[in-house]
Design a protein around this ligand. Structure first.
Ligand SMILES: *Cc1c(COP(=O)(O)O)cnc(C)c1O
Length: 413
């Protein structure tokens, strides 16, 4: 590119996206995401990569075979704009079976290109300049980017670490709501903290969202990956909330097919219709042969058993990694769900998680991601979590054992 076409000369919303995601330096230069930087570091040093959260074992063979069969059977052209009817029916059946939620598969369910597109289309459809979109903090990185694309203002309410895990700061949540709050994006089970929001926390969100007439958008991609006695409560099941809630999930995390990008959204017909209006001009449709395969997976008892097995195995892998991190000297907040644990490097003498992550391959041959990748520079949550690092445990036990052995090198003598 010629100099005129780079830097701040190029118009458009891309700089707002870079700014919102912390990728724009003060001098106007841009940098890659910390995820890309850390994966490159893992590749160049041979470190065990516990940075990016994707499984190193695929989902059920029967579901793979269903996708192969779908290609052979000719499911290779554009599917319907809302998704194929059997998958919409399977999503509605899933919401009914697990949560007692009644959604009409024809008007209240939309199939999307992963949860990511569902989130993007929702924010673009329902928020704009002058609106505030409230998220938890730390937050999944795509939220900040799509709020910037919509030209809305991003406000946050922190999750804070304590004896019973990361919990919603109730006073800060109350203070974060204003009459401009248009959308509240929840994420439970929560990436990166592993928190599973309690019914009491969700009741407060519901009460405030109702008082301020805000729509709740809930990202539940880890809905089945909860541990111990934690229970996932969809906010749409709270009294009165189904009318103002859009629920988003995806096959990626539930069935360990993150590359298939089959997601969905369900909620009141007028809101789903607004999201569909935008979605049809983003991707239109995707995943023709994967849609019938996921329809089978969602409706099938064998896959329910498989998913329960995944959750049980993840819980054991969580323990393996958490115990190893603690032995190495980290302070760990045990996650109740997801693929991730947040570990604090302060007891080891590291007060900056990003600096620790850059040195970790050389010190211990392991890669993680600083929690600052999920916060806004200078916010209270950013300051409070400055020394913390997110590690994933969605890797084979042998990989985690190797990582834990290596992390032992950090232990103070
Ligand atoms: C992985 C993830 C997503 C993205 O889901 P896709 O279906 O792959 O688009 C969305 N939200 C959270 C919190 C995630 O961890």
């Amino acid at each position: 590119m010629t100099p005129e076409r780079t830097g701040s000369v190029v118009p458009g919303r891309w700089r707002e996206v870079l700014h919102a995601t912390g990728l724009l330096a003060a001098d106007g230069s841009t940098r890659p995401t910390i995820f890309a930087e850390m994966s490159a570091l893992a590749a160049s040093t041979g470190a065990v990569n516990l940075g990016q959260g994707f499984p190193d074992v695929d989902g059920p063979d029967a579901v793979k075979r269903a996708a192969i069969q779908a290609i052979a059977d000719g499911h290779n052209q554009y599917p319907p704009g809302s998704g194929i009817a059997p998958l919409r029916a399977a999503v509605a059946g899933h919401q009914q079976r697990y949560y007692g939620l009644e959604v009409d598969p024809d008007t209240e369910v939309l199939i999307t290109t992963g949860a990511t597109e569902a989130l993007a289309a929702t924010v673009l459809a329902l928020a704009g300049p002058g609106d505030e979109v409230l998220t938890l903090e730390p937050f999944y990185d795509s939220y900040a980017a799509v709020i910037a694309l919509a030209g809305a203002r991003h406000t946050t309410a922190p999750l804070s670490p304590g004896a019973d895990g990361f919990r919603l700061d109730q006073a800060a949540l109350r203070a974060a709501f204003t009459d401009r709050t248009r959308l509240v994006i929840l994420n439970t089970p929560h990436n990166p903290t592993g928190a599973v929001l309690t019914r009491a926390e969700l009741e407060l969100v519901a009460q405030l969202a109702t008082a301020h007439d805000a729509i709740v958008v809930t990202d539940e991609v880890y809905e089945h990956l909860v541990f111990d006695s934690a229970t996932h409560v969809p906010v749409a099941t709270l009294p009165g909330m189904a009318d103002r809630t859009l629920t988003i999930s995806s096959a990626g995390k539930t069935f360990s097919f993150t590359g298939w990008k089959i997601g969905w959204i369900s909620g009141p017909a007028p809101l789903v219709e607004a999201v569909r209006t935008v979605k049809q001009f983003l991707t239109y449709v995707s995943g023709a042969p994967f849609q019938p395969a996921i329809a089978v997976a969602l409706a099938d008892d064998d896959s329910d058993t498989w998913v329960r097995g995944l959750a049980a195995s993840l819980s054991a892998r969580r323990d393996l990694l958490c115990n190893g991190l603690e032995r190495a000297g980290f302070a760990v907040v045990r996650p109740q769900g997801t693929y991730f644990v947040v570990a604090d490097g302060a007891p080891l003498g590291f007060d900056d998680g990003a600096a620790l992550c850059r040195r970790l391959p050389e010190l211990a041959g392991v890669v993680g991601v600083p929690v600052s990748a999920f916060t806004r520079a200078g916010s209270p949550a950013d300051v409070a979590l400055r020394s913390t690092v997110r590690f994933t445990f969605v890797k084979r036990e042998s990989v985690l054992r190797e990582a834990v052995d290596r992390l032992g090198a950090l232990r103070p003598a």
